[in-house]
Design a protein around this ligand. Structure first.
Ligand code: BDP
Length: 343
C-alpha cells in the first residue's frame, strides 16, 4: 500500500512538472501510461464501481449521479460507472476505493462491518421498524457516525441508498428458526453476519456475491439471504426455490467517493458532487420501492414459493447475543438506543 502510494505520488509530481510545460507528443504518451493520476485538474476522469446491472435501481442512481456531475462541471469531471462488478467483487472494490484506484461506488454497508464499527449498528437484525424508520436513522444520527468511521478508512460518504429488507432463501422450505439448524448459508464478509447465522443455528460461509449462484447450484451452500430485487436479478431464484420473508436486516447502502479524489476537489466542486449524490439517492429510493414489488411478482410468476412470516418474534428473540457483541461499546449501544427512540 505504501509502495503504491509512493508510485502514485511520484506520478502526480511528474505530471505537475509536465503540465507546466507545453504539451508535447511524448508527454501525452507518458500520461496515457499513468491513467490513475495523470489527469489535468481541468478534466478528470472518474471510474465508478457497481456490483449490479446498469438497469438495477442502484445502477440508474449511479448513472444519474455521473450525469449530474458532468453537466454541472461542464464535463470537467467526467464520470463512468462500470456496472455488473466489472471492476471486481465488493471486498476488492473497497480496497481499491481506499487506494484511490476506484473513484466512486455504491456499497452495501455490511462489508464495512469489520472496518468501520458503526456500520455494525445498522446491520443489526430487526432494528428498523420500517423503511421510514431506516431513512430517519441513516439520514440522521446513524449516517453521521458512519460517515466519520468511513472517512477514517479513506472513504467519503455522500448519500445513502436503500438496501431493502433482506430475507432467507433456500433450496428447502424454511418456516421456523429450527429449520435453520445446520443450514449452509452464504453471507457477506462480516463477522456480525457469521454470528447472526450462528445464533440461528446455521453455518455461515462468507462468499462474494458473484459466486452465490454456482455455489447454490453445486450444493456448496443450501441458502443465501437478500432482498427480492437481488434474488431476482441474479437469478438465484432458479436454484433456491423457497423465499421466506424473515426480513431480518435492512442494512442501508452508501454512495461514496474515495478520499484521494475528494482531497483534490475545491469547495464548489464538493458541493456539486454532494448535491448530485443526494439527488441520485432520491431517484434510487423511488426506483427501489417499485423494483421490490416488480421483483417479487417476477419470482412468484416463475414458480418460487414465498413463505410469508407474520410473527417474527421467534426469530428476533434469538438475536440477543448479536446485540450484546456488536453494540457493546457505549458509543454503539448509544446509537442503538437513539435509533430505537426515533419516531
Ligand atoms: C445486495 C447489495 C450488494 C451486495 C449484495 C450481497 O445491494 O451491494 O453486494 O446484496 O449480498 O443486496 O453481496
Amino acid at each position: 500500500m505504501k509502495a503504491l502510494r509512493a508510485i502514485r505520488a511520484k506520478a502526480a509530481e511528474a505530471f505537475r512538472a509536465r503540465a507546466g510545460q507545453a504539451f508535447c507528443a511524448g508527454a501525452l504518451a507518458a500520461a496515457a501510461l499513468l491513467p490513475w493520476s495523470a489527469t489535468p485538474a481541468t478534466a478528470q476522469e472518474w471510474r465508478g464501481w457497481n456490483i449490479h446491472a446498469a438497469d438495477y435501481p442502484n445502477g440508474q442512481g449511479l448513472d444519474r449521479f455521473g450525469q449530474l456531475v458532468m453537466e454541472r462541471t461542464n464535463n470537467r469531471i467526467r464520470m463512468r460507472t462500470y456496472h455488473s462488478a466489472q471492476l471486481g467483487q465488493q471486498d476488492e472494490a473497497i480496497q481499491q476505493m481506499r487506494l484511490g484506484s476506484i473513484d466512486f461506488g455504491n456499497f452495501n454497508l455490511s462489508p464495512f462491518n469489520n472496518l468501520a464499527p458503526s456500520t455494525n449498528v445498522v446491520t443489526l437484525p430487526f432494528l428498523f421498524r420500517n423503511v421510514a424508520h431506516s431513512h430517519a436513522a441513516i439520514d440522521g444520527i446513524a449516517g453521521e457516525e458512519i460517515a466519520k468511521d468511513l472517512e477514517a478508512i479513506g472513504i467519503i460518504a455522500l448519500a445513502w441508498y436503500d438496501g431493502g429488507a433482506r430475507s432467507v432463501y433456500s433450496t428447502r422450505p424454511i418456516r421456523t428458526p429450527a429449520d435453520m439448524r445446520g443450514l449452509k448459508i452464504r453471507v457477506q464478509t462480516s463477522d456480525l453476519w457469521i454470528d447472526l447465522m450462528r445464533a440461528l443455528g446455521a453455518n455461515a460461509t462468507p462468499l462474494p456475491f458473484g459466486e452465490v449462484f454456482t455455489s447454490l447450484q453445486s450444493g456448496v451452500i443450501d441458502a443465501a439471504e437478500n432482498n427480492f430485487p437481488s434474488y431476482e436479478s441474479t437469478r438465484h431464484f432458479e436454484v433456491a426455490r423457497y423465499y421466506t420473508t424473515t426480513e431480518h436486516s435492512n442494512v442501508p447502502e452508501v454512495l461514496a467517493v474515495s478520499q484521494q479524489r475528494w482531497r483534490r476537489l475545491n469547495e464548489q466542486e464538493r458541493n456539486i458532487v454532494r448535491d448530485a449524490a443526494r439527488e441520485s439517492a432520491t431517484l434510487q429510493r423511488r426506483l427501489w420501492a417499485e423494483r421490490e414489488q416488480v421483483s417479487r411478482r417476477r419470482v412468484e410468476a416463475a414458480g418460487v414459493t414465498v413463505i410469508e412470516l407474520t410473527d417474527r418474534t421467534p426469530w428476533s428473540q434469538l438475536m440477543e447475543p448479536v446485540y450484546a457483541k456488536y453494540a457493546a461499546t457505549p458509543r454503539l449501544s448509544g446509537m442503538v438506543q437513539a435509533i430505537r427512540a426515533l419516531p
